[in-house]
Design a protein around this ligand. Structure first.
Ligand SMILES: *Cc1c(COP(=O)(O)O)cnc(C)c1O
Length: 347
């Protein structure tokens, strides 16, 4: 790509922003017993009476060891949804700038575009669920600030080919966001290992899926120090609460437990796929690099309601492009998966 200068992509108000300085920002880890009378907190200890660390340094340090990425390249948010919203607010001028998304994909990109009054240019995936590089680059111009690549993609469950991703990162003149919510289930490598090569790359991950912590809301953003420092300036100061930080630390310190669960989910996924292929009204079981499976059936609306009547909720994706009559099944526990397969066989 041409000489990359982040200032050419940032909104003017963000370039000139003077961030809110919280009471705790002024105190920098002084050792010894300090008396904190700076933030109008209640002094009686109950575990959460103090404001949380706005920089979540302990969690970042833990993540940094796990992923081999230094803390200056990490930003944490209240779920990836907050991280994605911060990216919009940093780079997209309302009613002026645009983004590019590749449906069928995660619905939040379009919702966030609408909330931020940013036009979403839609370039559908090819029939094999890979991005069409030429169409994307043809649609790109100086106003298309963000390109969202979800890999493995939700709801199609495939990863994008790495040559295609690389071509897009190097040719697209804005910021490329790779949403790796499902990377831990994938056979592909994470792009966080290549951040140094691509100054316009942002990679997002989450503790909501493989890490089993959707309830605590913790999203992770990896990018250049320049991008991270900008997002840091616009994030709400205490966006990751103390309970979330504590639970995340606990979980991140037991990576073997997480790996074991991932292994079991993948085993279940592969069993589940082989069983789905035996069901008479199943037409296509798409390969999966994630913890869910996209399945084309004879009549998605009918099968969806039949499953609801049997007490099983799945996701009906029939109205998404390229997903006519498709259902998306999350891989559950062995018992849940057996229950679903039995229910499908009985329809
Ligand atoms: C589930 C999911 C997320 C997770 O969002 P959180 O806000 O971190 O829970 C992000 N991206 C995609 C594509 C997802 O499917």
């Amino acid at each position: 790509m041409k000489e990359f200068n982040i200032n050419n992509l940032l909104r003017d108000n963000i370039k000139n922003l003077k961030p809110y300085s919280s009471a705790r920002d002024e105190y920098k880890e002084v050792s010894g017993d300090m008396v904190f009378l700076d933030a109008n907190e209640n002094p009686f200890q109950n575990g959460v009476n103090r404001y949380p660390d706005p920089q979540q340094l302990k969690v970042k340090t833990q993540l940094s060891q796990l992923k081999g990425i230094s803390p200056e390249h990490i930003l944490l948010g209240n779920g990836s949804d907050e991280v994605l919203d911060l990216i919009f607010r940093a780079f997209c001028e309302p009613n002026e700038d645009k983004i590019i998304t590749l449906p069928p994909t995660y619905g939040m990109y379009d919702v966030l575009a609408n909330i931020n009054a940013v036009e979403n240019i839609v370039i559908e995936l090819e029939i094999d669920f890979q991005p069409n590089v030429d169409d994307i680059l043809r649609a790109a111009n100086s106003q298309t600030k963000l390109l969202f690549l979800c890999s493995p993609n939700n709801p199609t469950a495939n990863s994008f080919e790495s040559e295609i991703i690389e071509k897009l990162i190097t040719s697209f003149q804005g910021i490329v966001i790779i949403d790796e919510a499902y990377i831990d289930f994938s056979s592909e490598k994470s792009w966080i290992n290549r951040l140094q090569e691509f100054p316009n790359l942002i990679v997002t991950q989450t503790l909501s899926k493989a890490y089993g912590m959707a309830g605590i809301r913790l999203g992770v953003c990896y990018a250049s120090e320049g991008i991270i420092s900008i997002l840091n300036r616009i994030k709400p100061p205490y966006n990751v609460n103390e309970l979330t930080q504590l639970r995340a630390l606990e979980r991140l310190s037991q990576p073997e437990d997480v790996s074991e669960e991932i292994k079991r989910i993948i085993e279940q996924r592969d069993w589940f796929i082989s069983e789905l292929e035996k069901i008479s009204f199943v037409q296509i079981v798409y390969p999966s690099d994630a913890n869910f499976v996209l399945v084309k059936v004879d009549d998605a609306n009918k099968r969806y309601s039949q499953l609801i009547n049997k007490g099983i909720v799945v996701r009906n994706r029939t109205n998404q492009p390229l997903c006519e009559n498709c259902l998306r099944f999350t891989v559950g526990t062995q018992m849940e998966n057996i229950k679903l397969i039995k229910a499908l066989k009985g329809l």
